[in-house]
Design a protein around this ligand. Structure first.
Ligand code: ASP
Length: 425
């Protein structure tokens, strides 16, 4: 028992994940007897898993708001915000463009949709991607409290940054308020640490449900599609990011990726970049060494507008669906897909499965049958979990690169394998 307590939190979460998979598979192989369906899958596991996700979501709005007010009120040079914003958005768009181009080329080369035989057809919701002009308009909240109540990230970011800047401009009054926000930030970070203690149980339950309820048949039927999405996700995370990272930050990508492991485990088990914000933020600040000024702005922004993993799935899925229906896409349609996928990822929040729903809008735009989504729905959950890992890795990579370029990265923390005590005690 004592030795279990000595394990770092990420090690505990990892063990919980493996045990959850074993427990779930055992139930799956036993044919999910009625008692386990009632008492475990729809009972204990569901309650614990959902409570864990709710706890994480509970933290997101207060954490992003307070942390971002602290970050923007501590900017000594207001121009820095514009520079950080410009670089961050530029890199977010660039990495998403690389992701979708990689995905489309691999779909063209490997043709996952030719001869695919999906086993079942299911109804799916079809949602239009929000037009980019509307995304811009919606960014300015008419009512910041309503934006917080609805958890809309872009308007919250907008309001918090303006409030932070006003605090700085308000001289002595501002100093008092800024110190209150700083205290509050420390308290919310403590709350994050408390919630993280519950993570191994939550992760165990979420993975157990997944393993108990997934069927291998659907994966086999769509083997080529699933394999290709996995392969491109891995290439993007383990080849494209490291190359960009070492070129732009001139630091070891291995150290960076290794330090990200707690956030990776959270993203994988929750399939939501939004719910993972508290962990991503703590990780890049405490483990990697990015200052709060930069991270409090770029991480929530990235969770909302930067979704490289999602773009990869959407690119390959578009190719897959076109091939399945025997439709040849022209070069201009491919270009349209690239632009649509980038714009669509900007307007969508990082929550589970949203990538698939948005894909419907992309398909309609390029004239492909949106019902095609039903073909890949059955295998999406595991892909969703994996692409969420890529999404948050991209956010953290860009954040670190931008922080380094602004002199806002503490290299002592970056180089210290033990920095960031809360996850790896
Ligand atoms: N689940 C993804 C995220 O939260 C979005 C998606 O691809 O569905 O980042």
């Amino acid at each position: 028992m004592a030795s279990i307590n000595k394990l770092s939190l990420s090690a505990k979460i990892f063990i919980a994940m493996i045990l959850g998979a074993i427990a779930g598979l055992a139930l799956n192989i036993a044919g999910n007897p009625e008692w386990s369906q009632i008492w475990l899958i729809d009972g204990v596991f569901k309650v614990v898993g959902q409570i864990f996700i709710s706890l994480l979501k509970m933290l997101v709005v207060p954490l992003v708001f307070v942390s971002l007010v602290c970050g923007s009120s501590s900017l000594s040079d207001p121009k820095m915000l514009g520079r950080v914003g410009g670089k961050t958005i530029g890199l977010y768009l660039l990495t998403t463009a690389i992701a979708v181009c990689l995905a489309l080329s691999s779909a063209i080369i490997f043709k996952p949709g030719v001869g695919a035989q999906p086993i079942s057809k299911v109804d799916t919701q079809i949602a239009e991607a929000t037009p980019f002009t509307q995304v811009l308009i919606d960014m300015v909240p008419t009512n910041p409290v309503a934006a917080m109540a609805d958890g809309q990230m872009l308007p919250i970011i907008f309001f918090a940054v303006l409030l932070g800047i006003s605090i700085t401009l308000s001289k002595e009054v501002g100093v008092r308020v800024a110190s209150w926000f700083n205290d509050m930030n420390a308290i919310i970070m403590k709350l994050v640490t408390l919630v993280m203690g519950f993570a191994p149980y939550g992760v165990f339950s979420l993975i157990a449900i997944l393993a108990a309820t997934s069927s291998a048949d659907s994966f086999l039927a769509l083997g080529k599609y699933v394999g290709l999405v996995f392969a491109v996700l891995f290439i993007h995370a383990l080849v494209v990011y490291p190359i960009l990272f070492s070129m732009l930050a001139r630091l070891s990508p291995m150290k960076f990726l290794f330090k990200l492991r707690a956030a990776v485990l959270f993203a994988f088990s929750t399939a939501s970049s939004n719910a993972t914000i508290p962990v991503t933020l703590e990780t890049v600040e405490k483990r990697i060494g990015v200052s709060n000024k930069v991270a409090s702005f770029t991480i929530p922004l990235g969770a909302t507008i930067n979704m490289d993993g999602t773009a990869i799935m959407q690119g390959i899925a578009t190719g897959f669906i076109a091939q399945y229906y025997g439709i040849d896409l022209s070069m201009s349609q491919y270009l349209m897909v690239v632009v649509m996928v980038i714009l669509a990822s900007i307007g969508t929040a990082g929550v589970p499965s949203v990538g698939l729903v948005v894909l419907a809008g992309v398909l309609t735009q390029v004239g492909l049958p949106a019902e095609g989504i039903a073909l890949i729905l059955g295998v999406d959950r595991l892909l969703d979990m994996t692409r969420t890992v890529v999404n948050i890795t991209g956010d953290s990579m860009v954040t670190t690169v931008v922080a380094k370029s602004e002199g806002e990265l503490d290299l002592d923390i970056f180089d210290d394998p033990k920095a960031g005590v809360i996850y790896d005690r």
